[in-house]
Design a binder for this molecule. Structure first.
Ligand code: SF4
Ligand code: SF4
Length: 369
């Protein structure tokens, strides 16, 4: 059976803005039904890395927070610490960055709780018995919440082709060690010809896996220590470090989906999903920058089914033509935008596997709000 996916496009009537339309979307998509009075309601969001500008505007979150409060729920905003070294790798830096990016209490009207605690060690082992994991490490605040609203910025993603509800929920709610397990099949290599031995990658490596030979000015990665976080690949000024994507993108997507399964296990009928298909950047919000949107802003979509929701968002983006001055300026209508951005990644894997293990369906009915 097809799942219902609701779509609020960006047109508004005189006197009624997008914030009001977002409230209407929440109600029409039956997201009210996931919240009961006195429920602790986790808003799983991404606060954006320091310097990033693509994440969801906090004003939208405030409206959703107030809707949840009007039902009697107790909302809080949450995300887990990152594996890579950046501005969100521990709760102190994470909260500071979230506030700098506009998620202060005065703006969003809800407390922020870092889901896996001060240093990422606050998690619950949840049994799943799936292909890659027997158990997954779920951030405690997400696990213990009574209800879950997964609010995601939909965009391209360098590890999974695109990043939507499944990516935000699965990777984003894993503890730091859980993230390590999801990433651990991806091992980068250093191109010795391109490497200048500057040592920047060594400074950012969280696992101490990189050595720089100061005599010949070349860096090498110790495979045994490498946790596959990919941090070095984005810090190298010479682009000397490329991740070996041969089979790994499929595996990381399946692992993310297995984490989703573990998270949703104790929340039957208590999880809803909203995707903001705006500022569709080529890469995720974990970077300290946001490149130009690849297609025009499409709107805000919501569903009780994360697989159907992500599928609908992919389809809407792929129908568009690439925007001038973006990385996909020459891309015609109908071209697979995420394949064009990340040719080595089959982004469909996360949706197919999500369907296979019962997280949802790729068949959907799109309903305009
Ligand atoms: S060498 Fe491995 S652990 Fe170190 S930054 Fe690169 S991917 Fe991460
Ligand atoms: S950052 Fe790049 S150039 Fe610098 S040492 Fe690492 S691999 Fe070599």
């Amino acid at each position: 059976m097809a799942a219902e996916v609701y779509w609020a496009d960006l047109r508004v009537a005189h006197g009624q803005g997008l914030l009001a339309k977002t409230e209407k979307l929440f109600v029409q998509a039956r997201l009210r039904e996931i919240v009961a009075p006195r429920d602790l309601v986790a808003f799983k969001i991404h606060f954006g890395e320091r310097g990033n500008t693509g994440y969801i505007r906090p004003q939208y979150i405030r409206r959703l927070v107030n809707l949840v409060k009007s039902i009697g729920g107790k909302p809080f905003l949450t995300d887990a610490n990152t594996l890579y070294v950046g501005s969100r790798a521990n709760a102190v830096d994470h909260l500071q960055t979230a506030i700098e990016n506009g998620f202060a209490y005065a703006v969003v009207d809800a407390p922020l709780i870092i889901a896996d605690g001060l240093t990422g060690k606050d998690f619950i082992n949840v049994p799943v018995q799936l292909k890659h994991f027997e158990e997954v490490k779920i951030s405690s605040a997400v696990y213990h919440a009574d209800a879950l609203l997964v609010v995601s910025h939909f965009k391209g993603h360098e590890a999974t082709g695109f990043g939507g509800a499944l990516k935000n929920l699965g990777m984003g709610s894993g503890s730091r060690s859980g993230k390590q397990m999801m990433h651990s099949d991806i091992l980068p290599e250093i191109n010795q010809e391109k490497c200048m031995g500057c040592g920047r990658c060594r400074k950012w490596c969280p696992a101490g896996a990189i050595k720089v030979n100061r005599k010949i000015f070349k860096a090498t990665i110790e495979a045994k220590k490498c946790i596959g976080c990919g941090e070095c690949t984005v810090t190298c000024p010479e682009q000397a470090i490329a991740i070996n994507w041969k089979t790994e993108p499929d595996i990381i997507q399946e692992k993310i989906v297995e984490y989703c399964s573990g998270i949703l296990q104790n929340k039957p009928g208590k999880a809803g999903f909203i995707n903001f298909v705006q500022n569709v950047s080529p890469e995720c919000d974990c970077y300290g920058w946001t490149d130009a949107s690849i297609v025009r802003d499409i709107g805000i979509l919501a569903s009780l089914d994360p697989v159907a929701l992500d599928q609908a968002c992919v389809d809407l983006v792929n129908k568009e033509r690439g925007l001038p001055d973006s990385r996909l300026a020459a891309s015609p209508e109908g071209e697979d935008k995420f394949k064009a951005l990340w040719p080595a990644i089959d982004w469909q894997r996360q949706l197919k596997y999500g369907e296979e293990i019962g997280l949802g369906t790729r068949k959907y009915q799109l309903i305009r709000v």
